[in-house]
Structure formats: C-alpha cells, structure tokens
Design a protein around this ligand. Structure first.
Ligand code: AMP
Length: 284
C-alpha cells in the first residue's frame, strides 16, 4: 500500500515507525508526472532498502520567472497509480507552504559545480535544487536517496551538497532510462509534436557517436564542433551546449585521459529544452 503523506510531521511519523522496525529507508525525490525513468529509481531503491518513500513536489524555487513552472505537467492521480503498481511505501506530496513557511530565508549555493552547463543558462536553478533536496533529506532522514544520471550535473551538485553539509544519507545515481530509439524519458517530452519527437532521438544518437569517436582517439574540439553543427542542421532550434567534461569535477576535457569523462548536452526543440549525457571512458 502506498500511503499519501502531505506534511513533514506525517513523513517523520512514518519514517520513525519504519526505523523502529529496523528497516532501511530510501528516498526518491521527484517533481511528479512520473514515467518509467522514475519507476526505475523506485525499483532500484527497493533493492537497497526495505521502505521507499517517493516525494512529489514541483519546487517553485528552481524555476526562473520566465520558465515553465505554471505549465509543468501535474498528474497526481496517475503518479499514485504508478507508485502503487511499483509498490512504493509512501508518496510525500507537500503543498508549497508546507515546504516554504512564511519567512523562509535560507538557500544553499554549491559553488563551481552549479555555475556552468545548465547553471549558465539557469543561474538560480541549482540553488533551488540544492536547497529543496537538503530539506527533503533532512525531512526523510533516509539511509539512501536516488537520483537519475539523466540530470547528471544535478546528481553531482546533490552529492557535493550532502557531503559538504555532513548529511548522512548516501546519494546513489541511477542510469538513464531511454525510449527504444534512445530518447531519454522526460516529463517534458509530452510537449513535443510528432515531428519534433522524430528529431529528438538524434541528440542521443550523436552523443553516442561522439563518445565512440573520442574513445577511438578523435580530436575532441573538432569532434565536438562537428556534433554541434550536425545537431543545428538536424532540426534542433538551438544547441545550448555540448561539452566533454571530467565525470567527477565537470572540469573541461580537451582530451580523453585515464579518468572517466562525461559528454553533456542541452538543446532546444520547439517548447522543450532537452538535456542528455553519456559516459566516455576507455574500456578496462
Ligand atoms: P524530475 O521529476 O524530472 O525532477 O526527476 C526526478 C528524478 O528522476 C531525478 O533524479 C531525475 O534525474 C530522475 N529521472 C528523470 N528522468 C529519468 C530517466 N529518463 N532515467 C532515469 N532517471 C530519470
């Protein structure tokens, strides 16, 4: 049974009871409009803990005024049906004023990691994410919290924040779940027209091709420039960034060394900003 919890007090009571029974607890933070990618986080969580709580909260502070907070898809009934089918133990669905009481004044800034790639175009985004995730981790007091590699920069920002603030919850990354044609599942994909949906998988196809070429020794700067040009002519409206970075620090990589790298991109397609990333590393 999936209990619906709307207050921090109810969440704490549920978690306290599980803990008294000796159970390990996992937290899966989401913004709802759930899809198979979110469900994979839940099923992965079930292998790591006896109890899984999924938070559903469209966090206003990670959206800039011109962004899509009002349009962000919301489907609480559909979300609960998926969580019940997946066997999640609880859905934590707080209202905005439960999370941000009058007078709320604190924000967490993860310097460096938050500032380029997605953070360059969305300067307030990762501050909002880090702050709400810190709150959720404190509220749930889980042993482990799971985040998708789909939002790779977010995963690293959350890891850094939890380490820096001595939050004991272990942060676990889960590989990206994709459509059969390679498009990363995303709540916003529903806003693509049929024509845009046919263009969208070219992003992952090109990222995979670049990754393979770089592993085979292609010159990084030239290969990235060719990929940006290909995407721009493939029907995407704008290539915001396409970069090869160190997988741990996100520092720029001019060549592939021994350490794993990550190829990350953001592109615009009609009303949707698509992000994706793949690993780039020599096989052992
Ligand atoms: P969101 O609701 O989009 O904020 O995402 C909630 C969590 O689900 C985040 O940790 C995301 O990285 C993760 N997630 C979203 N899409 C996918 C996907 N296609 N595969 C794996 N995880 C995902």
């Amino acid at each position: 049974m999936t209990d619906v919890l709307n207050t921090v007090a109810a969440l704490r009571a549920a978690v306290g009871a599980w803990r008294a029974d000796g159970h390990r607890i996992a937290l899966v933070p989401t913004m709802g409009a759930l899809h198979e990618g979110h469900v994979r986080l839940v099923t992965t969580a079930q292998r790591l803990a006896q109890r899984v709580v999924v938070s559903i909260f469209v966090n206003p502070t990670q959206f800039a005024p011109h962004e899509d907070l009002a349009r962000y898809p919301r489907d609480p009934e559909g979300d609960l049906a998926q969580l019940r089918a997946a066997g999640a133990d609880a859905a934590f669905m707080p209202a905005a004023d439960e999370m941000y009481a009058p007078g709320f004044a604190t924000s967490i800034r993860v310097a460096g990691l938050s500032e380029d790639l997605c953070g360059a175009a969305r300067p307030h985004h990762f501050g909002g994410v880090a702050t709400v995730v810190a709150k959720l981790l404190n509220q749930a007091q889980a042993d482990v919290a799971l985040f998708g590699e789909k939002d790779y920069q977010q995963l690293l920002v959350v890891r850094r924040m939890a380490k820096d603030l001595d939050i004991a919850t272990e942060i676990v990354g889960v590989p990206t779940v994709r459509e059969p044609d390679g498009l990363a599942l995303s709540s916003r994909n529903r806003y693509l027209t049929a024509a845009q949906r046919r263009i969208a998988p070219k992003l992952h196809r090109e990222l995979a091709a670049v990754a393979a070429d770089v592993v085979r020794g292609a010159a990084v700067a030239e290969r990235l420039a060719a990929a940006r040009a290909l995407l721009a002519s493939a029907g995407f409206d704008r290539v915001e960034y396409l970069e090869l970075r160190d997988a741990a620090s996100l520092a720029p990589c001019t060549s592939l060394g021994a350490a794993p790298a990550r190829l990350l991109a953001a592109v615009h397609l009609g009303p949707v900003r698509l992000i994706d990333n793949v690993t780039v590393e020599r096989s052992a």
